[in-house]
Design a binder for this molecule. Structure first.
Ligand code: 3PG
Length: 205
């Protein structure tokens, strides 16, 4: 199975789509795709997020669409059924990791400390999401664990901005950063899709 980092293919940003409805989700995805992004994460925390994920895949077949905020077996099954190309979790447990190892698509398990990293690695995962990155030690934490967990790489998410993204991306054990900053709520309210494209372009250049 492909790793998340190989799906990302050097894309340094994993942009988060939090859609209030299906149409909005598709428009956000189109705006991100227009910036040249080929991988996005749809977070499953709005009522229409699963339908949005499926609709995005239908509208943009070339786009690799992951499902985020997966916290239990039920949501995991629904995400896979909706067509998720990969899974992202905000946190882990033994139980959740047990389901994740058998889910059939690449997974980015969410960790926030060294115990989590060890646990996720015991289940075979070597690519992880640090969440919430800015409250879990940020770039200094990732620097500190690089010599201990030499085989683990991270996609930090939570508190990443245009201003601090490079602090993370400059670290050898970071393959991408994730976040919502490239899709501000006010742009959704005004249907300013171009602003999303522009923000994504700034984030990757
Ligand atoms: C996530 O689900 O990864 C976070 O909500 C992203 O955090 P951010 O909103 O600070 O980017």
């Amino acid at each position: 199975m492909k790793s998340i980092s190989s799906l990302m293919a050097q894309q340094p940003l994993l942009p988060i789509i939090q859609a209030n409805n299906v149409e909005q989700g598709v428009n956000i995805a189109k705006a991100m795709f227009a910036a040249g992004l080929t991988v996005v994460e749809v977070v499953l925390r709005t009522p229409e997020s699963l339908q949005a994920l499926t609709a995005i895949k239908r509208a943009l077949p070339e786009l690799i669409v992951g499902a985020g905020t997966v916290t239990d077996e039920d949501i995991l099954k629904q995400a896979i059924e909706a067509g998720a190309d990969f899974i992202v979790t905000p946190a882990i447990s033994n139980k959740l990791l047990g389901y994740l190892v058998d889910c059939g698509v690449p997974v980015l398990p969410g960790v926030s400390n060294t115990t989590d990293i060890l646990l996720a690695r015991e289940f075979g995962f070597t690519e992880m999401k640090l969440f919430p990155a800015s409250l879990s030690g940020g770039a200094p934490f990732l620097k500190a664990v690089s010599s201990i967990f030499q085989d683990v790489t991270f996609c930090p998410t939570g508190g990443i901005t245009q201003a601090n993204k490079q602090d993370y991306l400059s670290l050898p054990n970071v393959f991408a950063v994730g976040g919502t900053w490239v899709c501000q709520p006010e742009w959704l309210n005004t249907e300013n899709w171009q602003a999303i494209t522009n923000s994504c372009l700034s984030a990757i250049n």
